[in-house]
Design a protein around this ligand. Sequence first.
Ligand SMILES: [Zn+2]
Length: 324
Amino acid sequence: MKFCRRQVLTGGVAGGMVLAGSLLGARPVAAAQALAGRQVPGIYRLGVGDIEVTAILDGYIDLGIELFPSADAEEVTRLQRANFVPVGPSVRGAVNAFVVNTGEKLVIVDAGARDLMGPTLGQLPANLEAAGIDPEAVDVVALTHMHPDHIGGIVTANGAAVFPNAELVVHTDDWNFWMSPEIMEKANEQGKMFFQAAQAAGTPYAKRLRQIGDDAEVVPGIRSVALPGHTPGHTGYMISSGDQSLLIWADIVNAAILQFPHPDWAIAFDISPEVAIATRRRTFEMAATERLMIAGMHVPFPGIGHVVRDGGFRFVPVSWNYEL
Ligand SMILES: [Zn+2]
């Protein structure tokens, strides 16, 4: 239905008054409704050419400001106020995963934290079900890196594969890093837990593991993009179909309200902070210049939108898609 100016000027206003009157007359007199008390399922679909991408929410995580050693306290307060979020010692971020259906292959990029990082995460299985996606139908699990908030959900607490028919695709540099007993030995206690989680997640897929490098084809329509720094093999995935593209950029951003304006505020989990900062700046520049749509694991759900220059940089989220 389309409206034009003449309709508004002639019938529209009177029609509107009638409508308002009927609504007033139909006002319910029933008792108050019980509050729902919970959010709707965390799923969002987007078309990229002939490919369908579904953002799946695993939950949220509150990151303490102390995890950003370069962050200036006054500037953090200013940004919290400017973004209408609580002013305090942490910032809240989503944990997203993305399912890519190329029409030929069903690929999931990361799978959330399961129960490895507290009760605010681990909603991926319920949201996959709400999206009508059967884990047994997934052909490929493509990992951006092997941190617990990305790999926890590929394996059950008992060590079984959540995606029993899927090949596991991971960058060689990340696999070798997290599977190394020598590197694990040098890590602190929290670091060792990260290694243990990565090894537990990789084990049930060991027989159907495909290690990849930079700019490798995962399946037709999906290629790896080297984004090192956060971890040695931190990898994005470029989804391309026709003249449309979407870069799933993993953890280029950990805290959106802090790192878009301040790309040099590295998070303590970065294995190589200097490299991570350079990669973030380069990726922001590329996305802004090319007007490339991006999808981020920790950008507010659904985590999809564009980067624009704005002094520093600014994120512009997608609007709701009515049609894919
Ligand atoms: Zn992460």
